[in-house]
Design a binder for this molecule. Structure first.
Ligand SMILES: [Zn+2]
Length: 74
C-alpha cells in the first residue's frame, strides 16, 4: 500500500499563471499574487517580476536556469 507522502519541500505554495499576449511579449500573470513573467518570443528575452522564493509558479513556464536566490559570494 502506498501512502501519498508529502515531502519537506511541499511547503512551497503553487500558483498557476495565466498567459496573455502583448505584442512580442507573452505575459504570464499570477492571479493570486503579483508575479509576472514576460517572455519575448522575438528575442527570447525573459523578465521575471516579483518572483517569490517560497512560491512555485507553474502552469506555463519553468526556468531552471534562473538563480533560485541571490546568494552572496565571499
Ligand atoms: Zn503567484
Amino acid at each position: 500500500m502506498q501512502q501519498s507522502k508529502l515531502g519537506v519541500h511541499s511547503v512551497l505554495e503553487r500558483h498557476a499563471c495565466e498567459a496573455t499576449c502583448d505584442g512580442d511579449w507573452v505575459i504570464h500573470r499570477c492571479p493570486k499574487c503579483d508575479y509576472e513573467l514576460w517572455d519575448n518570443w522575438q528575442t527570447g528575452e525573459i523578465k521575471v517580476l516579483n518572483a517569490k522564493a517560497n512560491i512555485n509558479h507553474s502552469g506555463s513556464f519553468v526556468a531552471p536556469e534562473i538563480e533560485e536566490s541571490a546568494e552572496k559570494l565571499n
